[in-house]
Design a protein around this ligand. Structure first.
Ligand code: 4AD
Ligand code: MG
Length: 456
């Protein structure tokens, strides 16, 4: 490289006319720290109001929105005309001075001194999502654009917080993140909901339903672990709680029992709810979510056995019989009288996975637990204590017609220093739906995968 080109690289940027220094580019969410300063926003047009010789473009940049005030007499003519002609979702940058304005949404406005068009959306094919009502199918087909809308944006921000809070909680409570594979040779949650993948036409592999089995190995290596990733269920159920691809966090602990699972699950839920309330007041408002419904989510949560839950349900008119699994309607009935999640434990062995440790006094019961959210959000957590005895595990594998070869490594865990251990899984989307008060989990994940949807 010649010394010439080096020199040119270090030259200061050309100053704009008037010899002003370039404005500082900031996110709109930082506006309150730059009142009175000249700044630049980079974004898209959310809305435009015109009033004679003034136009009011509202710019959104992903971090927030701000109303800009562009006065014809203060701007070069082409800049004013460009702003005046902006169409919804056109991309542009705008420079100006931030002014506190109590009447403005967010409390600030930008007095525009300059602006630059990046791309103008043509009138011939305008932005398809307009303020008018659209059907859900239309919106889902345009999910890649729908994410720019205020409600969707708010829900995904809450999702981010839920995920961050999960990590923060576990990371600061002695858990190590140990990732588990997505291609797996064995079922964890029953063979009927497996997605089979053609793996070079060789051995059969499936998309993981749960990282639990690997977590158990990892817990024997690290003590307290968690995995956090996408999981897959070929669920043919078309309900508002089911996705075929969803995100699950799964903590697993060595030397732990069912009681410990309940304690950690409760503490985790309380922590996340607190963080959402503390940091997402504005988003909850956009979502029209009543925060008072979440303010009660404090320990202790009501606890009951499956036996008692069945009795309560029967007294409320449910047709459930002992031995049956709870349907959505049952879960809703069960939590009806409570303002916080309900913890139900000790389910009949026959409705639970192969890996549950049986209750010592009543072996027909599995040491499993579900946490059921109020307001009809249903089961958000499922977990329990695992079988640690090899002979019992082998018996269960056989009863569940599971191929022993695929579980050889899992059996090793019972051969080499087996200990009681326990853990659980929490579905992110159901949790977010509950936080946001959303009717359906499809709006809690950027690109939902469901029985009839794999696009965009
Ligand atoms: O109750 P599940 O099936 O439990 C397990 O997978 C255990 N192996 C977890 C463990 O102990 N490590 O699923 C756990 C949670 C449910 O409570 C629910 O929140 C969520 O995962 N979930 C789903 N979320 C959306 N769509 C689906 N189809 C879901 N299936 C389960
Ligand atoms: Mg479950």
């Amino acid at each position: 490289m010649s010394s010439d080109s080096l020199a040119s690289e270090t030259t200061a940027p050309t100053l704009p006319a008037g010899n002003e220094a370039p404005a500082k580019i900031i996110p709109i969410s930082d506006a309150h720290r730059h009142v009175g300063e000249r700044v630049e926003f980079q974004g898209w047009l959310y809305n435009l109001r015109k009033s004679g010789k003034i136009v009011f473009p509202i710019i959104r940049d992903g971090s927030g929105m701000m109303q800009c005030v562009a006065v014809k007499s203060n701007l070069p003519e082409d800049v004013f005309e460009m702003l005046k002609g902006l169409t919804q979702e056109s991309s542009f940058t705008v420079t100006g001075t931030i002014r506190a304005e109590s009447r403005a949404h967010g409390g600030y406005e930008l007095d525009v001194t300059d602006a630059k068009l990046i791309q103008r959306v043509s009138e011939e094919s305008p932005y398809p999502i307009t303020p008018k009502e659209h059907g859900v199918d239309f919106l889902m087909d345009h999910r890649h654009l729908w994410l720019r809308s205020r409600r969707q944006h708010a829900a995904i921000r809450v999702r981010h917080q839920v995920i961050k809070s999960i990590r923060d909680y576990l990371d600061s409570n002695g858990f190590t993140l140990v990732d588990t594979p997505i291609f797996t040779p064995a079922a964890c949650e029953g063979t009927t909901t497996l997605f089979e993948v053609d793996y070079f036409g060789d051995e059969k592999v499936y998309l993981t339903q749960s990282g639990q089995l690997y977590n158990e190995a990892n817990a024997m290596a690290f003590g307290k672990v968690y995995c956090f990733g996408p999981t897959f269920r070929a669920e043919k159920s078309k309900t508002r709680r089911h996705l075929t691809e969803f995100w699950m966090v799964e903590p697993e602990m060595a030397y732990a029992d069912l009681e410990e699972v309940k304690r950690v699950a409760e503490a985790l839920v309380v922590y996340i709810v607190g963080r959402v309330l503390e940091q997402h007041e504005e988003d909850l408002k956009v979502l029209e979510r009543d925060p008072s419904k979440l303010e009660n989510i404090k320990a202790p949560f009501p606890r009951m056995s499956y036996d008692d839950a069945v009795k309560i349900l029967q007294s409320k008119g449910s047709e459930i019989r002992w031995g049956g699994d709870f349907g959505n309607a049952d879960e809703t009935l069960l939590t009806q009288d409570f303002d916080r999640p309900v913890i139900v434990d000790r389910y009949p062995t026959q409705i639970k996975g192969f890996y549950f440790q049986p209750d010592e006094q009543r072996p027909e019961l599995a040491l499993g637990v579900d946490v059921i959210a109020p307001e009809a959000y249903g089961e958000i957590i499922g977990g329990g204590q695992r079988i640690h005895d090899l002979a019992l595990l082998d018996k269960r594998l056989q009863e569940h017609h599971l191929p022993r070869e695929a579980f050889e490594w899992y059996r090793d865990l019972r051969r080499f220093g087996t200990v009681p251990h326990a853990g659980f899984g929490m579905g992110v989307e159901r949790f977010v739906a509950w936080m946001c008060g959303l009717e359906h989990v499809r709006e809690t994940i950027p690109y939902p995968r469901m029985l009839y949807r794999t696009r965009p």
